[in-house]
Write a protein that binds this ligand. Structure first.
Ligand SMILES: [Mg+2]
Length: 368
């Protein structure tokens, strides 16, 4: 396809309540949307690195500028036959995976439209429904958390993820396991700890967790390998994997037993599929993560999650979990699968509601 026009929209979407993790608190999700046009056909992409460079080195305002100044001009007017070709054109610009994902995800959605092929099929999926997990941030009290978990267990979510940070750690897990001895839990440390905290992680072995997600710094693979060799609970990498090359290195060093894949964090759907394939070849299960995207970005995650090897339930949330009103015309809603667990089904990626996009947009650009 020839890229004839690229429009960028930086939005701030107010959350129902602050999202508290080891890296901070967000009251709004800063995301960037891309409308890509080829001839008379257009499609949308989204990438949501949040407000500040605290989850990763990128942030909403930063990826908007990067896409506007560098990435979009590199693609405008060019014939881009594949996601790989798009990545090649952008490879001269180091890093910046969230910014690249903005254009990459829009390319895949546009290709889906131009070829009249559902996105999940285009990515290689053979299934059309998949189960999802529940995920709870740091709350004001253990009682609030236990009540929330009660709801998730009653709703038959197959696993529950708990954010974990100093001050919301072992006593929190003790309270959770005392009340819920059997359900599948895992914790997400969002790179809040160091190898010096080994004794804490050895204590965590007693809680029979499915995995510990990103315990150590966001750019580390080696210390994670050290940690994994000294604890029984599987380590899962999230922040540390921003490129397929990192998975190759993580596998070689035995840094993890699971990999969380977010299209934004790894540069888009092209790299997400590559990473999934690398994990699969190494016998490492992967699962899809979320970044509080609108239903557009979450819809991209839904299509990705349909691929095989995404065997651990995904972090995909209904729009109503974070937003009074989604940015998109059609909100993301969960369905009930045949086995009784909550899930999602593959659908065309939703588009932004023009009035809401106008209201939430903080800056925009148009090239071509
Ligand atoms: Mg994570």
């Amino acid at each position: 396809m020839r890229i004839d026009r690229i429009e960028l929209f930086h939005v701030a979407m107010p959350l129902i309540y602050p999202w508290k993790t080891a890296y901070g608190e967000d009251v709004a999700c800063h995301s960037v949307l891309c409308r890509l046009t080829s001839g008379s056909v257009h499609a949308w992409g989204e990438s949501a690195p949040l407000t500040a460079p605290c989850y990763s080195p990128e942030w909403g305002g930063g990826i908007f500028q990067c896409a506007k100044e560098w990435l979009a001009p590199a693609l405008l007017g060019r014939e881009i036959p594949s996601g790989y070709a798009l990545q090649e054109h952008l490879a001269v610009y180091k890093g910046n995976p969230f910014a690249k994902a903005l254009l990459d995800t829009a390319w895949w959605n546009l290709q889906s439209r131009l070829t009249n092929t559902p996105l999940h099929r285009l990515l290689g999926a053979t299934r059309g429904e998949v189960t999802v997990g529940a995920d709870f941030g740091v709350m004001d009290s253990f009682d609030d958390l236990l009540t929330a978990i009660d709801g998730a267990v009653a709703a038959r979510f197959p696993r529950v993820k708990l954010k974990f940070r100093p001050g919301w750690d072992i006593p929190m897990l003790t309270a959770v396991r005392k009340r819920f001895p059997d359900p599948v839990f895992h914790i997400d440390c969002n790179s809040g700890y160091r190898l010096d905290d080994l004794s804490l992680f050895q204590q965590i072995d007693e809680f029979r967790l499915a995995m510990i997600e990103q315990p150590l710094p966001h750019d580390d693979l080696l210390d994670h390998a050290q940690l994994q060799s000294k604890i029984r609970t599987p380590v899962c990498l999230d922040e540390s994997v921003t490129h397929p090359r990192h998975v190759v290195q993580a596998i070689a060093q035995k840094s993890c037993q699971y990999v969380n894949v977010k299209p934004g964090r790894v540069g888009g759907l092209t790299n997400a599929v590559k990473i999934k394939n690398l994990c699969q070849q190494a016998g490492i299960p992967s699962w899809v993560g979320g970044m509080l995207e609108s239903a557009l970005g979450a819809g991209l995650c839904v299509s990705l999650a349909m691929l095989d090897n995404f065997t651990y339930p995904a972090d995909i949330f209904p729009s109503s979990r974070f937003y009074h009103e989604d940015l998109c015309e059609r909100p993301l809603e969960l369905i009930r699968l045949a086995d009784g667990t909550p899930g999602v089904k593959a659908e065309p990626t939703p588009e932004p509601h023009s009035g809401r996009l106008e209201k939430l947009c903080v800056e925009r650009a148009r090239l071509g």
